[in-house]
Ligand binder design. Structure first.
Ligand SMILES: NC(=O)c1ccc[n+]([C@@H]2O[C@H](COP(=O)([O-])OP(=O)(O)OC[C@H]3O[C@@H](n4cnc5c(N)ncnc54)[C@H](O)[C@@H]3O)[C@@H](O)[C@H]2O)c1
Length: 364
């Protein structure tokens, strides 16, 4: 059976998704597109050969079995709920929605109606990230003790663009972009215990809330997780990269250049202290394990997974409850940041018991 898909929102990301359908052949067909800017909906419909292009997303619902929602964040919940209530599966661009209640409503609606609700977190399906996860799990370089994720971008939206608005974005850079990496840190490292976020608008004065974000979390395992993300980089050394320090060396996913390295442990004389003797060789001496296409977002993986879930009824890897957990971490970090506290990240429903775990209040 071919799944009929509607694309709601045909802006930048809607366009990026175009190449992602290639792997699916006739398992999915885009039959309708919607955008308040009709020419964008029409351009997408022309690209896919869809019969319908409209400015009102509700008009797509009779022509589809599932929708991909690719709109500003404050519209996600209303669009997702309307589609679910019409009996359609939903692939929601990240972040799922801008409040806990909206997320709970979406999850309840999809679960009551037995429909797929999946958040689009493509990093979970990125071949380098998946291989890195396997190598960490297999302890290729021994036990991990620190994982850091670096994303340096320049995102300078035009005057009046919704991304500038904290209300429309649902927060700042951490909420909008960091949600990918909070999701990855939880996937790799398990349950966090406590954490701190420090956001800054310096360098990104166009953002109402932070455009640069530093986040650190301590996990139950004792491993530290760290994420640095900026939308203000005028130059970049790290690009997009992930480093996992293990007792036997360091694994590096250089996502910008599509390479995965193992940097084996130092085998020279034991450092005896003093800076000169503890300097390690530069990282480009690593063993290249995987080379993929450089700078490819690999959006195909998430679409294939969504289609599989619709076809088989299986639960998506990035399902509603899982995505809510990551957002709860971010909301708790924001709350603690405002109050100058370290966030207690325990008891956020980071397991099957996600329903009852609300946002417990912080100590006074
Ligand atoms: N996974 C990723 O790497 C990634 C990257 C960028 C954006 N995104 C996500 O994609 C989504 C869209 O972001 P974007 O960068 O494409 O934004 P965008 O502003 O380029 O596109 C949004 C589109 O939605 C349309 N729109 C607005 N209101 C609408 C309505 N009521 N009905 C129909 N269409 C409407 C706009 O006209 C616009 O074309 C967001 O959730 C964002 O976080 C994901």
């Amino acid at each position: 059976m071919t799944i009929r898909l509607g694309i709601i929102g045909c802006g930048d990301m809607g366009e990026s998704h175009r190449s992602a359908f290639a792997e699916l052949g006739d398992r999915v067909r885009v039959t309708a597109t919607a955008d308040v800017e009709l020419d964008r909906a029409r351009a997408a419909a022309d690209h896919f050969g869809a019969e319908l292009a409209t400015t009102d997303y509700r008009d797509t619902l009779d022509a589809v079995d599932a929708v991909l929602v690719v709109t500003p964040h404050d519209l996600h919940a209303e669009m997702g709920l309307t589609a679910l209530r019409a009996g359609k599966h939903v692939l929601m661009e990240k972040p799922m929605a801008v409040s806990e209640q909206e997320c709970l409503d979406l999850i309840a609606e999809s679960s009551d109606r037995d429909l797929v609700l999946m958040t689009a977190y493509p990093m979970r399906f990125h071949p380098l990230v998946r291989t890195l996860k396997n190598l960490v799990d297999q302890r290729l370089l021994g036990d991990p003790f620190h994982m850091s994720i670096w994303t340096e971008q320049l995102t300078m939206p035009a005057e009046g663009h919704w991304i500038r608005s904290a209300k429309r974005l649902g927060g700042g850079q951490l909420f909008s972009h960091g949600c990918h990496y909070v999701d990855l840190l939880l996937w790799f490292l398990g349950r966090p215990e406590r954490g701190t976020h420090m956001g800054s608008r310096l360098g990104t004065p166009w953002m109402e809330r932070e455009g640069t974000s530093d986040l650190i979390m301590a996990f139950e395992s004792g491993i530290t997780g760290y994420h640095f993300g900026t939308w203000g980089a005028r130059a970049s050394r790290m690009g997009y990269s992930i480093h996992v320090h293990c007792v036997g060396g360091m694994l590096e996913a250089d996502l910008t250049n599509g390479r995965l390295y193992a940097h084996h442990g130092w085998d020279g004389p034991a450092p005896r202290g003093g800076l000169a003797e503890t300097l390690l060789p530069p990282a480009d001496a690593g063993e290249l394990l995987v080379q993929t296409e450089a700078d490819d977002k690999h959006l195909g993986g998430e679409i294939v997974h969504f289609v599989e879930c619709v076809e088989t009824g299986q639960r998506p890897l990035t399902d509603g409850p899982g995505s809510l957990q990551g957002l709860r971490v971010i909301w708790r970090l924001y709350e603690a940041e405002e109050r100058g506290l370290v966030a207690d990240l325990r008891g956020l429903g980071l397991d099957e018991d996600w329903r009852g775990a609300g946002r417990a209040s912080l100590p006074g």
